[in-house]
Design a binder for this molecule. Structure first.
Ligand code: PEP
Length: 252
């Protein structure tokens, strides 16, 4: 049985002080929630303060990105060991904003996934198609390529350190989420493909979550789909009360 997980991606929002106030408001809203995992992904500069504030809770902490090297002359980058040192158990890799704005390709993403696993971090690997790719019938090809290339060389044993996030680019920040049926169809295909990369039982154990314009209003219908194992939430997680409502809707 796969556990469900909700991940709040703060992107480039919140100073350390704002992060601390967020946690103060968020914790009381989630303290009795045990049936779903919650992970927060603040910016690097707020990781430490968030790690401190959630240390006695079940809430997990994720980086939003990282370099694949453990150290070196990479100005502006953060290493896997630095994420671990700041309390992270997981890291988002290959978000479409990294792919599109920062030109990360499948090879880069694969290096990062491998580095995350080597440092015992769960790799939350994002895949997703553009509107044009969907409209021209390329969704399946694009996702298969991203999945196979991003996970190249990852063994079945390491697959337990993976979460796959299906994030259609046209749904991110657009206010137009994938319908539960659209998400479900893709998740089933992704799981089939994971079965060919690993084994069927390994594929069954990997959480595949959906991201793109999740709200407190649509989370229940998305999670009602058997292959949708959770959500990656962007804009709607920035307000602690709003994210708290999403978490409680997801557990009702
Ligand atoms: C995201 O960027 O990962 C995301 C899902 O954003 P939003 O929820 O704002 O669409």
């Amino acid at each position: 049985m796969r556990r469900r997980v909700l991940i709040g991606n703060w992107k480039m929002h919140k100073t350390a002080g704002e992060a601390s106030r967020y946690i103060r408001d968020f914790l009381p809203l989630t303290q009795n929630i045990a049936s779903i995992d919650i992970i927060l992904a603040p910016p690097f500069t707020a990781l430490h303060v968030v790690a401190e504030s959630i240390k006695d809770t079940a809430i997990g902490l994720a980086g939003q990105n990282m370099h694949w090297n453990s150290h070196g002359a990479f100005t502006g980058e953060v290493s896997p060991a630095m994420l671990c040192d700041n309390g992270c158990q997981s890291v988002i890799i290959g978000h479409s904003e990294r792919r599109q704005t920062f030109h990360e390709d499948d090879n880069t993403i694969n290096r990062k996934v491998k580095a995350a696993i080597a440092h015992h971090l769960t790799a939350i690997m994002c895949v997703g198609e553009t509107r044009e790719e969907r409209d021209t019938g390329k969704t399946s090809d694009v996702l298969s390529r991203q999945l196979a290339a991003g996970l190249a060389g990852i063994g079945t044993i390491d697959a337990k350190q993976l979460i796959i996030a299906y994030e259609p680019i046209w749904a991110i920040g657009s206010g137009t989420p994938a319908t539960p049926t659209q998400a479900s169809k893709v998740h089933i295909k992704l799981r089939e493909h994971l079965g060919t990369l690993f084994t069927t039982s390994t594929a069954e154990s990997i959480q595949i979550i959906y991201g793109g314009s999740i709200t407190a209003e649509n989370i229940q219908s998305l999670l009602a789909m058997p292959h949708v194992d959770g959500g990656l939430v962007g804009g709607a997680c920035l307000d602690p009360h709003n994210f708290g409502t999403i978490v409680s809707s997801a557990t009702n």
